[in-house]
Design a protein around this ligand. Structure first.
Ligand code: FES
Ligand code: FES
Length: 151
């Protein structure tokens, strides 16, 4: 058994230690915010936070995150009470198909937790690892700036 700390709560998982964190979150814990995009660490759809840093959960073995603080989209808020970053993405209508958005939100959240007032250049640089095939990058950028302003 592997014990994980997910969104502030201990969770016991019966999984092969080499299983990607993304699969454990989705298949064992039914936390479906993080998405499977490429499975190769190249798109960012699977981004979650580990100890405050954005990571690609598709390429992180679950054994590597035992005892570390894992935060997923579900840990930021709920449908009724979305968190600040989630609200900003809604208010800026940043999603088209929406597939990349959970990963974008988690990457942006990690940035603002470390740097509450990033410049636009810092936001662009930080977010550049996450891809949006729908091309809503400018709205995503505005959403992150809004969240920073509204903190
Ligand atoms: S699914 Fe993890 S980086 Fe694409
Ligand atoms: S909104 Fe469709 S991939 Fe980003």
């Amino acid at each position: 058994m592997i014990t994980l700390n997910v969104n502030g709560a201990p969770r016991q998982i019966d999984a092969d230690p080499a299983t990607p964190l993304l699969y454990v979150l989705r298949d064992h814990l039914q936390l479906n915010g993080a998405k499977f995009g490429c499975g190769l660490g190249q798109c960012g759809a699977c981004t979650v936070m580990v100890d405050g840093r954005a990571v690609f959960s598709c390429v992180v073995p679950v054994s590597a995150v035992q005892g570390r603080a894992i935060k997923t989209l579900e840990g930021l808020g709920t449908l009724d009470k979305p968190g600040r970053m989630q609200r900003a993405f809604i208010e800026e209508q940043a999603a088209q198909c929406g597939f990349c958005i959970p990963g974008m939100i988690m990457r942006a959240q990690a940035l603002l937790e470390r740097n509450p007032s990033p410049t636009q250049a810092e936001i662009r640089s930080h977010m550049s690892t996450n891809l949006c095939r729908c091309g809503t990058h400018m709205r995503i950028l505005r959403a992150v700036e809004r969240a920073a302003r509204e903190r």
